[in-house]
Design a protein around this ligand. Structure first.
Ligand code: PEP
Length: 251
């Protein structure tokens, strides 16, 4: 039985004060979510504050991005070791916004996946198709290609057992359009089959999260699907009570 995981991706939102307020609100309600693993991914600038506030709670910390290199002349970047220093457990890699806005291709995503893993972090490896892909019935082909960047690298494959996958259809991110539970389940099952072709053991145990306009009102029906092991939550993770409702839905 896979443990559910709900991770909040705050993106580039909030202020130092609002971050603290949000964490206080979440801390106040997490005790009743006993089965669900919970993680918060604030902007890098607030990692230290959030890390200090999460001490002694079961809520874990994650980063929204990291550099593929471990140190050196990479102005503006942050390494896995630095994130580990702040108490991070997770690092998101391959988010569609990084792919679309910052030119991260499958090759870079695979390097970041490996950097996170080698650096002692659990990568949350995001995949997902664009609306045009879905309309052209290319969802599986696109997701397979994204997965292959990791599955076909022996080094990445060896690290996959310590990773999390997030299926995030790009057309559902921040749009208010959610994939139906059946649509999401279909792709999650496909992802698990693709992984099983390389390792049945990893396929059976890896958490596959759904992301894309998950809210308190639609989380339970998505999480009820057999291959959906929780969520990567954007907009709704900025509201403590909404985020907690989602965490409880994963119970
Ligand atoms: C995300 O950015 O990972 C995400 C799922 O965003 P939203 O929940 O706002 O669609």
């Amino acid at each position: 039985m896979r443990q559910p995981l709900v991770a909040g991706n705050w993106k580039m939102n909030g202020s130092r004060a609002s971050a603290k307020e949000l964490v206080e609100g979440i801390k106040a309600g997490v005790a009743s979510a006993v089965k669900t693993q919970i993680a918060l991914c604030p902007p890098h600038a607030y990692l230290a504050d959030v890390s200090a506030m999460l001490q002694g709670t079961p809520v874990m910390l994650g980063a929204q991005n990291l550099c593929y290199a471990s140190s050196g002349a990479y102005t503006g970047e942050i390494s896995a070791t630095m994130l580990l220093d702040f108490g991070c457990t997770y690092a998101i890699v391959g988010h569609s916004e990084r792919r679309a806005l910052f030119g991260e291709d499958n090759k870079i995503v695979a390097r970041k996946f490996l950097a996170a893993s080698k650096g002692g972090l659990t990568p949350i490896f995001c995949v997902g198709e664009m609306l045009e892909d879905r309309e052209n019935e290319l969802t599986e082909a696109v997701v397979a290609r994204q997965l292959d960047a990791v599955l076909e690298s022996p080094e990445c494959l060896a690290a996959l057992g310590g990773a999390v996958i997030a299926y995030e259809p790009v057309w559902a991110i921040g749009t208010g359009k959610t994939a139906s539970p059946d649509q999401a389940q279909e792709v999650h099952a496909f992802i698990r089959r693709q992984i099983a072709a390389h390792s049945a053991e990893i396929a059976g145990k890896i958490q596959i999260l759904y992301g894309g306009s998950v809210k308190g009102s639609n989380a339970a029906e998505l999480f009820a699907k057999p291959d959906i092991d929780g969520g990567l939550i954007g907009g709704a993770s900025l509201d403590a009570s909404e985020f907690l409702t989602i965490c409880h839905a994963a119970e």
